[in-house]
Design a protein around this ligand. Structure first.
Ligand SMILES: Cc1cc2nc3c(=O)[nH]c(=O)nc-3n(C[C@H](O)[C@H](O)[C@H](O)COP(=O)(O)O)c2cc1C
Length: 139
């Protein structure tokens, strides 16, 4: 049994796509060590992250991530138990503004920060998956 969480946060002032590569480099390292997978979007100054894996490991790592000063207003939108992972083999996929097809955004009715009153956890996870699949298909 695994657990999956999704959160939305606001990037700290001055954070750019370049900083995301630093984040991802360390994330790959740690996530592969702990058997965690997922995806991170950096869109319009917000982070949207899906993190999944062993419940204990994931919660432990999320505590570290949530306290990271490179983002604020970490808003946990969903935590669910699941039988399988959605991002198997992805220690942490990354997509930023330039890599997300506007058609995918339009299909999901995307708005910056995916406001909680309009976007549920399942919807956000589906959006993150679509952003990653679209990229893979175009590669
Ligand atoms: C938006 C965001 C997403 C992050 N995602 C991960 C992640 O998936 N896995 C991870 O280990 N660290 C992630 N980090 C980095 C952690 O906050 C932390 O800096 C890193 O894990 C190193 O922590 P440690 O050396 O104390 O273990 C993320 C940071 C930010 C700002």
């Amino acid at each position: 049994m695994f657990e999956r969480l999704v959160y939305v946060s606001r990037a700290a002032p001055g954070i750019t796509a370049r900083d995301c590569y630093d984040i991802i480099r360390v994330a790959h390292n740690r996530n592969s060590q702990f058997g965690l997978t997922g995806a991170l979007l950096f869109l319009d100054g917000y982070f949207i992250q899906v993190l999944e894996g062993d419940r204990f490991r994931m919660r432990e790592r999320f505590q570290v991530i949530a306290a990271d000063r490179r983002h604020t207003d970490v808003d946990l939108r969903q935590t669910v138990a699941c039988d399988e992972t959605l991002f198997t083999g992805e220690w942490m996929a990354l997509r930023s503004d330039a890599e997300v097809d506007p058609a995918v955004k339009a299909r999901f009715g995307y708005r910056p920060g995916l406001p909680a009153d309009a976007f549920g956890g399942e919807q956000i996870v589906a959006f993150v998956q679509a952003c990653c699949q679209q990229h893979a298909a175009a590669a």
